[in-house]
Design a protein around this ligand. Structure first.
Ligand code: ACO
Length: 378
């Protein structure tokens, strides 16, 4: 490949050397630090998986207990941040609220002491601990309610669901939510991770790194697709409407939300796990007719799109799980962000270890030696 060959979307161009996660898009394989995601989903927790991603190995019992303890006791947010969030418009999207609040954390904690491992650890702990509190606080405040204080006796995911719903969650619901966070924690060089690494490479503070990644995750071609999936299920409304809907979409070359992936050319392994979790939830808490619509979409789409390597991605079933957990649709992407903070921080740390500022090139396609035309002649 010539140095100047332009690849839209940088497809296939390595942007970093990384040992954090691995995807085999042909086999449908995803590993975090070499461990299959299916294994982690069965045996680990979100905080243990975050430790693995960020520090590169599974923690010992003592290391995990210390890390969980620190995260647990940093969940509260300063009243000034709460007051700032109270001024956000209630019609604003929670992703925008999260991006602004994550950046605001930097006002309080930024010292840019990037060579100091204690600073790195504090930043990791603060971001993992406070982001769920900020997501839950904005949701309650936009409804006119006071935010709920985090509960120190609850685990990470149970506490988040408690802050959101003001009641302790069922243990199965909390465990399933924790697995969802693990599945969304990291995924190689995607758009938001690339954003995080570019921002990290300027040696700015980690709050700015996370804020830039949150902004990137919000788009409908990336993390925002899980919300769009629910919109699509609502629009379709019944199993009978699926085929005409999909055929009409494909005819006007519209994308089916929750399908397709730059890397996976088979069903995303996370979609398979999420589908299974959705079924467990329906078994315990009652069926959701949107699940039948989703299964029918997958069947029709397989007929029409599998030859192009288009299959369900992580976003296709995650929305159904969150819906059953009683989570509002516009919080799906902020929840994705809560999880992905772990991956972004792992990449931030890896980028700092061998940093060089990102400064790609471009293929110029504009004019040269153009005349300046006076305004009255334009
Ligand atoms: N529905 C129908 N056709 C699709 C879909 C889809 N969801 N995705 C890709 N295709 C088709 C395209 O129309 C194109 O067909 P063509 O070659 O006949 O023109 C071909 O597959 C290649 O599509 P691209 O858009 O070039 O693929 P790319 O790798 O650039 O895009 C992406 C990947 C953005 C995920 C795309 O599949 C998409 O827009 N999907 C819907 C949105 C979505 O679910 N995003 C979440 C992704 S997972 C995540 O970010 C966490």
């Amino acid at each position: 490949m010539s140095v100047c060959e332009f690849k839209p979307g940088l497809e296939g161009i390595p942007a970093a050397q990384s040992s954090i996660s691995f995807v085999d898009g042909q086999q449908g394989l995803l590993e975090y630090r070499g461990i299959r995601v299916e294994d982690l989903a069965q045996k680990s927790t979100f905080l243990e998986t975050s430790y693995l991603l960020i520090w590169g190995e599974l923690p010992t019992r003592e290391q995990l207990a210390a890390f969980e303890h620190e995260v647990r006791y940093h969940r509260r947010i300063k009243y000034r941040i709460r007051d700032m969030m109270k001024c956000f418009p209630e019609s604003g999207h929670p992703m925008d609220a999260l991006q602004a609040s994550a950046a605001a954390l930097g006002l309080f904690y930024s010292r840019r002491d990037l060579d100091n491992p204690a600073y790195i650890r504090d930043a990791v702990v603060r971001l993992l601990a406070k982001i769920p509190t900020m997501v839950a606080a904005f949701d309650l405040m936009r409804k006119g309610n006071d935010p709920v204080r985090p509960r120190d006796d609850l685990d990470y995911s149970a506490n988040f669901l408690y802050m959101l719903n003001e009641r302790e969650p069922d243990p199965l619901a909390a465990r399933i939510f924790d697995v969802c966070l693990m599945l969304h924690a990291e995924h190689t060089m995607n758009a938001s991770t690339f954003s995080a690494r570019v921002t990290a490479s300027t040696l700015t503070d980690p709050y700015a790194v996370v804020a830039s990644a949150v902004g990137t995750l919000g788009g409908p071609l990336h993390g925002g697709a899980n919300e769009e999936v629910i919109g699509m299920l609502e629009e379709i409304g019944s199993v009978e409407n699926v085929r005409p809907y999909i055929e009409e979409c494909l005819q006007r070359k519209a994308k089916i939300m929750g399908f397709g992936h730059r890397v996976y050319k088979v069903k995303d392994p996370r979609a398979t796990i999420l589908q299974n979790l959705a079924e467990q939830l329906f078994e315990k808490f009652g069926h959701d007719k949107y699940y039948d619509i989703a299964v029918e979409i997958e069947r029709v789409a397989e007929e029409k799109l599998s030859q192009k390597g288009i299959f369900p991605n992580v976003d296709f079933y995650s929305g159904l799980v969150y819906r059953k957990l009683g989570i509002p649709t516009d919080l799906f992407t902020p929840i994705f962000a809560i999880a992905r903070v772990a991956g972004w921080l792992a990449h931030w740390k890896e980028q700092l270890a061998e940093n060089r500022i990102f400064r790609p090139t471009q293929v110029y396609s504009g004019l040269h030696e153009a005349d300046y035309i006076p305004i009255e002649q334009r």
